[in-house]
Design a protein around this ligand. Sequence first.
Ligand code: GTR
Length: 387
Amino acid sequence: LIQTTNLMAQYSANYDESKVPPLILPDPFVSDKGTLIQNISDWENIRRPELLEIFRREVYGSIPKDFDFISFQIVSENQNPYPDEAELKEIDISVTRNGETHTMRLNLFLPKSQKSAAPIVLLINYKPADPAIGLVEEGFWPVKELIAKGFATASFHGETVAPDDPERFTEGVIGKLYPEELAKEDGMRTFGAWAWGAMRAMDYFETEPRIETKKSAIVGHSRAGKTALWTGVNDSRWAVVIPNESGCGGAAISRRKFGETVKIINTAFPYWFNENFKKYNDAENTLPIDQHMLAMLVAPRALYFSSAREDRWADPKGEYLSMKLGSRVYSEIYGKEVSFPLEFEKLEKPIIQHYAGYHIREGKHNLTLEDWDHFITFMELNFSQQE
Ligand code: GTR
């Protein structure tokens, strides 16, 4: 696993706010043909599909959804670390296409105390971990806390879908099920594969009577945060989308070039995004989109961004700006009362509201219990207000 600290030493990044270029961003509310987008119908029928296609083609690559069979097998390999509070279900999800089968592992904890179907929180994990249980680590995936609040929670490891490795990323679902994607400049790459995995997890939840999929949230940290955002944009079954400290290629505005840049990420991780994205190395201003427009594609479902003060590599201000600008879709198109009135420098408390939220906490790049406490508040608010 390539560590951020090594990358920071290897690549020189700008951390000086006075050197950030003046931001001239593409207009989210003017279509490619010049139509002014002012209502839900034009947004959903014209502009949103246009933007989604640009992000697929120029940045993330495809997420092919066709396959011949999917099956779910409950296996029993690991001991439940929380036997008093939760039931552990280990599920092998097998997908077959053109005679080839790929199997990924999903780990699901269901609250024992629950009487009705529980809301579900999926964490995409990428950290070194017990390959079977995912990362059951205090803070990063706080199963106990989530269960105590009545949530079901699940996790899968990216590695069981596509290895996080420049030499081996094709060894999972890409090479086995969708090999034709590899020849395409806009084909499926690692983030597309992980997003595909999250969709298959949702396919399983839809068969599980103890889960209420209408109340679902997808969470990811950092590289998995970028993936959680891309998943949430592509799969409207997720009601709440939470990319934590997702930085460059996630929440952060690329044109700021603060901390990690498009060139750095494409050089260090050439297998995460598609080939076309490399055209924008050192050429962010020529991007037809920026990341606030990706944020907009989650609407009218709920979106939450979070940052850490010392995580400058991920550009906290760029993450906040893209929430502030992206949330205009809720207020200006959907007519909801959503606003981020404060300047980044004035933020102290989390901004948690129906549809959109943001917090910045003290400390370093990580997913912590403090982050989860705010996510839980945001999820509870949004699930309780669902129409
Ligand atoms: C870094 C990478 C970041 C972020 C991070 C992580 O090395 O540059 O974009 O994804 O890894 O996933 O922790």
